[in-house]
Design a protein around this ligand. Structure first.
Ligand code: HEC
Length: 218
């Protein structure tokens, strides 16, 4: 008996099913998502990425930060991300609309970075962390990224961009263009806007407060 047509049909059905489930269903669900226009504030969210931020996202991809850091805050019923202070609310699909490459990551060797811009006050703090993580975060296994900085001899006055770190007298450490872009990107990472879907789908804040209260009670 010639089973060729059945094998072909079986393989075709399998491919058609996977394509529908993996691609079509997601496209129908998320493909039409647009930024949310807030009439009160007169602007759209998420805010568009300025050029330096978009370049920083490429540096982040290039350096493989996603090997150790995720960028997705989980809902209160799925883990302790909110109680750890990694965000005000769980991440939603709309948060990533302007990201060319979504850097979700899957290993959490270090903290989630989706809202790291809210945790660090100034670019200088990020530079310090990238240049000398062992000082900014003692005992940490976050690698140093010194190649993002240039050590140069001070000629005349010390540059206003020079880092406040210990170097040989007469020398200074200056962030390169890549460091500046990366830090602009990290500072931009802050999902605070409450989209309609974040308000009624996930009432996380209360849930996480409850979880915190429970933990304290124990
Ligand atoms: C080998 C794993 C690893 C890689 C790769 C890595 N990190 Fe980290 N990172 C860590 C760890 C671990 C910590 C937490 C250190 C601690 O708290 O003691 C951390 C902490 C941080 C923090 C501080 C977060 C906070 O909430 O305080 C930032 C910002 C950060 N990393 C950015 C980056 C960036 C940007 C890159 C890529 C250029 C990167 N990391 C690559 C492991 C890594």
């Amino acid at each position: 008996m010639n089973r060729g047509p059945y094998i072909f049909l079986g393989a075709f059905a399998l491919l058609a099913f996977s394509w529908t489930a993996a691609i079509l269903a997601n496209q129908l669900g998320y493909g039409t998502l647009t930024p949310h226009y807030d009439a009160m504030e007169g602007k759209s969210f998420p805010a568009p990425q300025p050029g330096i931020v978009a370049r920083g996202a490429m540096v982040y991809t290039d350096l493989g930060c996603a090997a150790c850091h995720t960028q997705q805050v989980r809902r209160a019923d799925l883990g302790g991300d909110l109680t750890r202070g990694w965000g005000e609310r769980a991440s939603v699909a709309r948060d990533y609309l302007h990201e060319k490459t979504v850097q979700l990551g899957h290993n959490r060797i270090g903290p989630d970075l989706r809202n790291v811009g809210a945790r660090y006050e100034s670019p200088e703090d990020f530079y310090q962390l990238l240049y000398a993580p062992e000082q900014a975060l003692p005992g940490s296994n976050m690698p140093a990224y010194r190649f993002l900085f240039e050590e140069s001899k001070i000629s005349g006055e010390r540059s206003k961009d020079a880092l406040d770190v210990a170097v040989a007298p007469g020398y200074q450490v200056i962030p390169t263009e890549r460091a500046r872009s990366l830090v602009a990107y990290l500072s931009y990472l802050e999902d605070v806007y409450a989209y309609p879907e974040t308000q009624y789908v996930y009432p996380e804040k209360e849930a996480s407060d409850d979880a915190a209260a429970e933990e304290e009670g124990q």
